[in-house]
Design a protein. Structure first.
Length: 115
């Protein structure tokens, strides 16, 4: 699978985040590309190996804001992207550690998703 596409068709609010970027809301009944391995991940990985950018994230997090105020998060890992990033790190100069922004993002979304 080279793309991850999400479709929100439920009565709850759904947000997604790809790496370090702020979460974006998924609109109901609208297909949204939330991960593009060939079109975005691989070119960003190449640029980051040259030292021009930060390493891309291989995960997409979906946040479901429920009517009772609770928040459910689902982490989707693109395994091929994870392997590509691992191979890039073991082949060369740079070592990457991903900061854990999920807790901060979840807190922010929880406040935004309150009904």
């Amino acid at each position: 699978m080279k793309l991850i596409i999400s479709l929100s068709s439920c009565a709850i609010q759904v947000f997604f985040s790809n790496g370090r970027k702020a979460a974006k809301k998924l609109e109901r009944e609208e297909r949204t590309k939330v991960f593009d391995y060939q079109g975005k991940f691989l070119p960003t990985l190449r640029e980051s190996r040259n030292g021009n950018r930060e390493y891309p994230s291989y995960e997409v997090t979906l946040y479901l804001g429920r009517a009772d105020g609770s928040l459910v998060s689902i982490v989707i890992t693109h395994v091929m992207a994870k392997m590509s990033l691992h191979n890039a790190n073991t082949a060369g100069e740079n070592y990457w550690s991903e900061p854990n922004l999920n807790d901060q993002l979840a807190t922010n979304l929880e406040e935004d998703c309150m009904y």
